[in-house]
Design a protein around this ligand. Structure first.
Ligand code: FES
Length: 94
C-alpha cells in the first residue's frame, strides 16, 4: 500500500494512499490542507509541494507541471503526481 508522509504547519501526518492516487487526492482524503485553487487541474500551482523522500515513487513529471514552471526537483504539483510507493512531501508555506 502506498504511503505518504505530509509535513505541514510544523506537524507530520502519515497516511495510506491508494495506488496511483494523486498526492492531492490523498491529502484531501486525510484532511491535510493542501490548497487546490484550480480544482486539481494543473493550472494554479497552489498544490505545489516539495518531495523530501521517495521522488522515485511518484509518477513522472508531466506536461502540466512543466507548463506551470514546476520543472525541477524537489518541487511537484500535488494534483499531478501519482503515488506509487512511499513518499514524504512538505506542503508549501502559506
Ligand atoms: S490544484 Fe491547481 S495546480 Fe494543482
Amino acid at each position: 500500500m502506498p504511503k505518504v508522509t505530509f509535513i505541514y504547519d510544523g506537524q507530520t501526518k502519515e497516511v495510506e494512499a491508494k495506488e496511483d492516487q494523486t498526492l492531492l487526492e490523498a491529502a484531501i482524503e486525510a484532511g491535510v490542507p493542501m490548497e487546490h485553487a484550480c480544482g486539481g487541474n494543473g493550472f494554479c500551482t497552489t498544490c505545489r509541494c516539495k518531495v523530501k523522500k521517495g521522488s522515485e515513487n511518484l509518477s513522472a513529471r508531466n506536461d502540466r507541471e512543466e507548463n506551470m514552471g514546476v520543472s525541477e526537483e524537489p518541487d511537484r504539483l500535488g494534483c499531478q503526481a501519482e503515488v506509487q510507493g512511499e513518499v514524504e512531501v512538505e506542503l508549501a508555506e502559506e
